[in-house]
Design a protein. Structure first.
Ligand SMILES: [Mn+2]
Length: 371
């Protein structure tokens, strides 16, 4: 069993679910530290700022539809760096040899595995502000990336400067999800947007496109509450963004990224607490991380099904073979009191064609012939 095999299978199923849909793939990397003695750490490469800790990295691609329903993983790579030191990515290596190439490789995998989707949009954070990503993106895959590096435009002006000098194009109101130490809030967001042409950075050679045309959307929160760092993002996208409506859509695509943070929290905190695992064999740790990522994705789907009227189908999370186990667990977990039963009913996934588990007389019904 390898992570590649597990995720290939998961990706294939996600591809089936994505058929005909406009899908968004959120990609992100998380670092997972190991909880073993110094001797046991020997097989693990450096992670963290300056390589201060030891552990593995996981790069995950989570597929959602435009309503926010989690369709599943497209791919996940889990690895540990070799050598005692973090290898410098800066000089003398081609982009395909660098660890940062993963952001582009993920786009290629998404294009292959989600070939039946109507459209594919990749969303990623500031770490993926990479010129070669925009220059090399596969056709039919669009990008929404938070900018973090100074970018010079054709004509000499800096990207951030251009947007700072523009008047506001309009306001939108959005909710900003809660994060550790921060409550959910409504935010007034001021938008600026422009079509720009970015110049190739000097350190890149002529084999990379000399310039790339992107849309830039600057969003900044006005009147943020006292003590709260106001939202200020500069987003680059391969979509043409020529209206306030389009700019707002770009921001909404980026806001959807918080789901992957929720996935990583599931992996690292209460549910799996993977960083507490005492496993000194790197290959075993990597395989376990892959399994835990798949299970965390299912948990994320179940949590969304419990909390909202997602209307998501049971087959999003489970295989037909899982049915007997789910039946047994459902009976076992259902409480004796009426309140507890209600609670259990709320946590079952509604089928598109009626209730799947827990009919009134306690016998389960199966109305979807596909399961
Ligand atoms: Mn990240």
């Amino acid at each position: 069993m390898t992570v590649a095999k597990l995720t290939e299978q998961a990706g294939r199923r996600t591809g089936e679910r994505a058929q005909g849909l406009d899908v968004v793939v959120i990609q992100d990397t998380t670092e997972i530290s190991v909880n073993v003695t110094d001797a046991g750490r020997a097989g693990f490469g450096p992670i963290g700022r300056g390589g201060a800790s030891r552990g593995v990295l996981a790069h995950v691609d989570l597929c959602v539809d435009k309503s926010g329903t989690v369709l599943g993983l497209v791919d996940a790579k889990v690895w540990t760096r070799t050598g005692g030191k973090r290898v410098s990515n800066r000089h003398g290596r081609s982009f395909t040899e660098k660890e940062s190439h993963r952001w582009l490789a993920t786009c290629e995998t998404a294009k292959t595995r989600l070939s039946c989707a109507r459209s594919i949009t990749m969303v990623s954070d500031a770490e993926s502000d990479i010129y070669e990503l925009f220059a090399g993106k596969p056709e039919g895959v669009e990008l929404v990336v938070r900018s973090s590096k100074p970018r010079r435009l054709v004509g000499g002006e800096m990207l951030s400067q251009k947007l700072n000098n523009m008047p506001s194009c309009g306001m939108i109101e959005r909710s900003i999800p809660a994060a550790p130490g921060r409550k959910e809030r409504r935010a007034q967001l001021q938008l600026r947007y422009a079509q720009v042409v970015i110049k190739r950075p000097d350190q890149l050679g002529a084999h990379t496109a000399a310039e790339i045309a992107v849309s830039a959307v600057d969003v900044r929160e006005v009147d943020a509450p006292e003590g709260i760092l106001p939202v200020h993002w500069l987003i680059m996208t391969s979509y043409e963004t020529e209206t306030l409506q389009k700019a707002a859509e770009t921001i909404d695509l980026y806001r959807g990224r918080f789901l992957i943070e929720q996935l990583f929290r599931t992996l690292k905190t209460a549910e799996f607490n993977i960083e507490a695992l005492e496993l000194s064999d790197p290959q075993a740790f990597i395989a376990f991380t892959g399994l835990a990522l798949l299970a965390s994705t299912t948990i994320l789907q179940l949590v969304k099904a419990r909390d909202g009227n997602s209307g998501q189908h049971l087959s999003l999370s489970f295989e037909a073979d899982d049915k007997p186990v789910l039946m047994v667990l459902s009976h076992k977990l259902e409480g004796k009191t009426e309140k507890r039963k209600t609670h259990i009913r709320q946590t079952t996934l509604p089928s598109q064609r009626g209730s799947w588990l827990g009919s009134e007389d306690g016998t389960a019904t199966m109305e979807n012939p596909a399961l």
